[in-house]
Design a protein around this ligand. Structure first.
Ligand code: DI6
Ligand code: FE
Length: 401
């Protein structure tokens, strides 16, 4: 017997059908058993089933639970001061070179107790949850040494024990060079100590890096990717955010799950991503907060059939953004995505960017029953309102959460 039958709803399954990227089923019902979807169909087709509980949704639209596939949610302090400096004309790179930026968050993170770190991350997670997220990727990266990165990953994992959300932890191993560190020695440490330790403890699904002039260069990222591969971990990369360093192409060569940011991505990079099936994760919050003007090549990504995801990039420096509806709205308004593309970007394609497309991101038999019920007239509204409040109802594994 099914546990639950959701009725009186319309569903955007996010399994595209011909001419309908949202896979819409109107007047639908959804059967749930053991936390997974058993059937999605027209209400009439599901008549006669005898669930333990019938849940009428009073005409709501149901979508897969939203997936924020790129966040830096665990950190100490804020960088409100830096926001002020940038308004007064300083650039992100200038602030970083003067010892602010990522390094200042590392100091504030190290100064935070375990309880403080968890509490502040929980507060931020709750905002994403309230906005409809059922899965959130969380990167480390504000530790700069093995023990500190492990502490951040443990905090990320603890989030899912305290809040009703799935957490996908990522080791952001090469984020910025600590002040006074020697480049080669630091990369050696990451390759020989940090990645093996995190792999041994199975604390992260994937390894990430920041490929940029103020981050790490391709030959350093390559060593990190080799180490990840040797330890059976997938990779992803912050690439082509502020300049074109060929990061996306490099990531594609390692079958990366995703390459993220991509404002300066060129056609050879797009082509390589298409061939490797690497997802393009666009981060309009960082583009907006940094006042960038160079936009990611959305039309080229479409032309080559690269799946596009969108995410908050929530971090204290370049994207203090915690509203998933606003992420989708900004992806439409700033980058020219259609509302359908933006919704796919926080569901089906976000799942792909995490390697969990067989579990979450679509509403189909066998998938986790992670979903949101929205009081709207059409799913396009999700990319239309500027900072809409969250869904009326949210379920994780078929349970209201
Ligand atoms: N790119 C980003 O958007 C964040 N990290 C990265 O590599 C910014 C992190 C920060 O400024 O604290
Ligand atoms: Fe980031």
């Amino acid at each position: 017997m099914w546990d639950r039958l959701l009725t009186d709803c319309h569903v955007a399954t996010m399994v595209p059908t011909r001419g309908d990227p949202l896979g819409i089923i109107e007047n639908a019902a959804i059967g749930i058993q053991d936390g997974r979807i058993v059937r999605v169909g027209r209400r009439a087709e599901l008549a006669g089933t005898q669930p333990r509980e019938v849940v009428p949704l009073h005409g709501a639209w149901v979508t897969p639970g939203l997936i924020d596939c790129h966040t830096h949610l665990v950190f100490g302090g804020t960088r409100a001061q830096e926001h002020a400096l940038r308004r007064a004309g300083a650039s992100y790179e200038e602030i970083a070179q003067a010892g602010g930026g990522i390094a200042s968050t590392v100091a504030a993170t190290r100064a935070s107790s375990a309880g403080e770190l968890l509490d502040s991350a929980r507060q931020r997670a709750r905002m994403l949850i309230a906005g409809g997220c059922t899965t959130v990727e969380v990167k480390s990266g504000y530790g700069f040494d093995t023990a500190s990165e492990i502490r951040l990953l443990n905090t990320a994992r603890a989030l899912s024990q305290h809040e009703p959300v799935r957490i996908v932890p990522t080791l952001l191993a090469l984020h910025a060079l600590p002040q006074g560190a020697k480049r080669t020695a630091y990369v050696d440490m990451v390759v020989e100590e940090m990645i093996p330790a995190v792999a041994r403890l199975t604390l992260a699904d994937a390894v990430d890096g920041f490929c940029e002039g103020i981050g790490f260069l391709p030959h350093e990222i390559e060593r990190m990717f080799d180490a990840a591969e040797n330890h059976g971990m997938r990779v992803k990369l912050h690439a082509e955010q502020l300049s074109n360093r060929g990061g996306a192409k490099l990531a594609a060569r390692y079958n990366a799950l995703s390459a993220d940011h991509l404002e300066y991505l060129d056609e050879p990079g797009v082509e390589a991503m298409a061939e490797a099936g690497t997802v393009a994760v666009l981060l309009p919050g960082a583009f907006y907060a940094l006042g960038e003007t160079q936009k990611p090549p959305v039309q080229l990504l479409r032309d080559y059939g690269v799946p596009i995801a969108v995410a908050s990039d929530c971090n204290p420096g370049t994207s203090p953004l915690l509203n998933p509806q606003l992420v989708m709205n900004m992806a439409c308004t700033l980058f020219g995505l259609s509302p359908e593309e933006a919704l796919a970007g926080m569901t089906v394609n976000a799942a792909r960017a995490l390697g969990y497309e067989d579990e979450i991101g679509t509403l189909a038999p066998g998938m986790q029953a992670d979903l949101c019920a929205w009081r709207i007239d059409h799913p396009a509204e999700l990319g239309y309102w500027i900072g809409l409040p969250g869904p009326e109802r949210r379920m994780v594994a078929g349970v209201d959460a």
